[in-house]
Design a binder for this molecule. Structure first.
Ligand SMILES: *Cc1c(COP(=O)(O)O)cnc(C)c1O
Length: 360
């Protein structure tokens, strides 16, 4: 059997897929990576190997309790997963009948919603955002009301990756009303630690069809351990637990998560957020003064999207110097736009130096 024949054994759906191009995979040659919204440095953790002979709990209680206390909900409202990306897949597999049901997304937004829908055979309904890139609540409500759309999930990203603004509360409320009894509304709060006052967690009790996704990958600086969360109604979480693998959270991950969510761990995270937010503010001030800078987008998370005159050239020139940013030039309404993660002081000084050089 040749390798061509082997690929013919795969399902039609899988043959039609293009692998997800994560920032890490696009990466490229470089020494400075500001393309994946990671924290600029790691903290130290302790690990015991005493119980590694045993299978872990599917949902380690200490992790659920620690995250619930941090998020201000009860442990029965928390599910822990291999990064919040896993929750996106679980939601689609739980709620969407393949080749029949659909999800709503508002591009430009996080790429995994579509990737996961394609992988699992859910249809994707794109509802373009308003002029200011906020989700068009009225258009979403209309799409939800049309039975032929068979919408089961609405994915909202708050703050939105890559445009950087949070969803307006009145828009979420309008969408929640339109979805009640019909569909699940997902608020992806991967970056909420950078603007904690904007969380929608307080809406959970009154809205059993709201799910909030969270992660330790960004502000907590733990992208390497793959640990995320769903906050939601216990009935919804019970359904997701039917679909999740038996032992998703390995014991070392649980140990690290508990330390990251301890009183001390949360203090360290908050100090990191204060530092990155302050650095972001001064970085934006400097970049705004350059003649190449045409537009600065939302500034809530630990990254900023800029529109530069001839952004493609800017991206290329950075890559040539070993500084890897994220190019959004080919995304809807984001011509010439580049997303820059707020990294260390040294990294941001390097970016500014190159930008000034290109500005001459
Ligand atoms: C990074 C990111 C995630 C993925 O987080 P993991 O927990 O690492 O899987 C989810 N949503 C958005 C919007 C992100 O930018």
């Amino acid at each position: 059997m040749s390798s061509d024949d082997i690929s013919l054994l795969a399902t039609k759906r899988v043959r039609g897929l293009t692998p997800y191009l994560s920032a890490r995979r696009i990466g490229g040659q470089g020494h400075t990576f500001l393309n994946a919204n990671e924290a600029p440095s790691a903290s130290a953790f302790l690990m015991s190997s005493q119980k590694l002979n045993r299978y872990p709990d599917c949902q380690p209680a200490e992790v659920l309790e620690a995250y619930a206390a941090y998020a201000g909900v009860s442990p029965e409202n928390v599910l822990v997963s291999r990064g919040s990306d896993e929750v996106i897949g679980l939601l689609i597999r739980t709620f969407c009948e393949p080749d029949e049901d659909s999800i709503i997304i508002c591009p430009p937004t996080y790429g995994m919603y579509r990737v996961s829908a394609d992988t699992n055979g859910a249809r994707v309904l794109e509802i373009p955002p308003r002029e200011d890139f906020s989700p068009d609540a009225a258009a979403i409500a209309k799409a939800l009301a049309a039975p032929e759309n068979r919408v089961k999930l609405v994915f909202l990203c708050s703050p939105n990756n890559p445009t950087g603004d949070t969803v307006k509360r009145e828009d979420l409320l309008e969408i929640l009303e339109a979805a009640r009894g019909r569909a699940i509304v997902v608020a992806d709060e991967a970056y909420i630690e950078f603007c904690p006052e904007d969380t929608f967690a307080d809406l959970l009790p009154a809205n059993p069809h709201l799910v909030i996704t969270r992660t330790l990958s960004k502000a907590f600086g733990l992208a390497g351990i793959r640990c995320g969360f769903a906050l939601g109604n216990p009935e919804v979480l019970k359904l997701l637990l039917k679909v999740i693998d038996p032992y998703p959270i390995c014991d070392p991950v649980a140990q690290i998560a508990v330390q990251a969510l301890s009183k001390n761990g949360i203090e360290i995270m908050k100090a990191r957020v204060r530092e990155l937010n302050a650095r972001k503010e001064s970085f934006i001030k400097e970049v705004s003064q350059l003649s190449r800078t045409e537009e600065v987008f939302g500034t809530k998370p630990n990254y900023v999207l800029f529109r530069f005159r001839d952004g493609e050239e800017v991206f290329r020139e950075f890559a040539r110097r070993g500084v890897i940013l994220r190019d959004f030039n080919d995304k809807p309404r984001l011509r010439d736009c580049i997303r820059i993660t707020i990294g260390s002081e040294q990294e941001m000084q390097e970016v500014l130096r190159i930008l000034k050089e290109l500005d001459k």
